[in-house]
Design a protein around this ligand. Sequence first.
Ligand SMILES: [Fe+2]
Length: 283
Amino acid sequence: MTHNIIANYHCHSRFDDGHGELEEYVRAALQKGLRTLGFAGHAPVPFPCTWTMPSDLLPEYLETARRLKIAYAEKLEVLVGLEVDYIPELISTAAAQIQALNLDFTVGSVHFLGRLAGGELWTPDGPAEELERGVRESFAGDFRRAVEEYYRRVTAMVSESPPDIIGHFDVIKKNNRVDKYFSEKSTWYRSAVEHTLDAVAASPCILEVNTGGIVRNTSGALYPSEWILAESLRREIPVMINSDAHRPDQLDGYYKEAVSILREIGFRELTQIGREGRRRVRL
Ligand SMILES: [Fe+2]
């Protein structure tokens, strides 16, 4: 793997649900030969949540990240971003409080899908029990409806408030090992995905190939699935590789394999974000 194709725009730290200081990620990035490191802590959400950044830590996060960006400028391209949720009526990258932060980039993710009977928001990006309870209480137990709503939200996100990078495009499959709840081969699933990809192709977003499900052994698969990557290539959607690191040593996790998979599918370039904007690098 040549030096210029290793970059990571999706890493967490002790400021949200990851481990380690931001500077430890910088040191790991230097040691692993990354060209660019983008911080993407979970942006605060306007309700209690155990894995997003508490609002009172946001100023320290931004200050620390910006200090490191300057301190290491000669050795590493450091970018300051956030992973921002898309929750209709509540938060998105278009929210005034996010726009006011002057971030270098945003990762946009749909983590929340509906409300439990008691009104709390739930996520399909948690344990299987949370998914099952959520689908039961917000979608009368109908997984197809829940999945279609997920892709409707991703479509709305990229059309209405496009982030720079789309986070874990098909995270709805996280707990769906061995087709436990639905099959990606069913016509309705393919059509929901393809409709969303059409919206992505018409947007300025970069699709991330997220190795986190493998690195942290949660879904055990790449986000998105290989057939979705093939459909993305057909639509000329720009892609990048990120590991969704929650520890510094995960910064380049499964990158070599992801590069081979992308080459095999037919990709010949990656799109990255640099200090001067976007650039394309040969795979
Ligand atoms: Fe995420």
